[in-house]
Design a protein around this ligand. Structure first.
Ligand SMILES: [Fe+2]
Length: 202
């Protein structure tokens, strides 16, 4: 089965993203050009191995797909079971969110003068194929939920760090903030580097 997974798509994406970071590391270009690369990646749904698309009945899953060798960026699949949602949270680094399967609702938040989160603007519905962005400069606090109460949705996220190791915050409704480090749901990564196997496919 695995030989039919188009690992070359993710490999090409991370190669292009690493080159972009070398040549145009300003956040605006990473979000704009990187967003175009991500839109191209999620235009196809034949490359994410099943092990990284598996929901959990208890909570949404975040599977690391690739980490840059210098931890300049990471690529993660978020798998949302029916009705699942994140708490209100921040990132502290830039992030791109591309919906691969299903749809998601993204609600931005900001902090009021008491440091309590309040909804900022209306929630956006992100259909498959669309890309959204976050960062401390353009708005970093949001809550993301599966738009569907009865099916799985999957999004592919790219962050400007090894996001599972970044110290950041969740914002409880009653105010204040709580530090958290998300970690990842998986221990093994997809092997996107077995190029000889791809060459052997007639
Ligand atoms: Fe987020």
């Amino acid at each position: 089965m695995s030989q039919f997974v188009r690992h070359d798509r993710l490999r090409t994406f991370v190669e292009r993203f690493a080159t972009l970071l070398d040549e145009a590391p300003a956040e605006a270009s990473l979000l704009n050009t990187g967003g175009i690369y991500l839109r191209e990646l999620i235009a196809h749904d034949d490359w994410l191995p099943e092990a990284y698309a598996r929901p959990d009945p208890e909570r949404y899953q975040q599977y690391l797909l690739h980490a840059d060798s210098r931890q300049r960026f990471s690529v993660v699949s978020f798998v949302w079971g029916p009705g699942q949602a994140t708490p209100v949270h921040d990132h502290t680094v830039w992030g791109l969110i591309g919906v691969l399967r299903g749809a998601e609702i993204a609600q931005p938040y900001c902090l009021n003068e008491h440091g309590t989160v309040i909804a900022s603007g209306t929630a956006r519905r992100l259909e498959s194929g669309t890309v959204d962005a976050v960062s401390p400069h353009i708005g970093d606090i949001h809550r993301v939920s599966n738009a569907y109460p009865d099916r799985v949705s999957i999004s592919i996220h790219v962050y400007g760090a090894n996001i599972g190791a970044v110290s950041r915050s969740v914002y409880p409704e009653q105010g204040g903030r709580k530090a958290f480090i998300s970690g990842y749901s998986n221990d093994a990564l997809p092997n996107i580097w077995n190029v000889s196997r791809e060459l052997a496919i007639p």
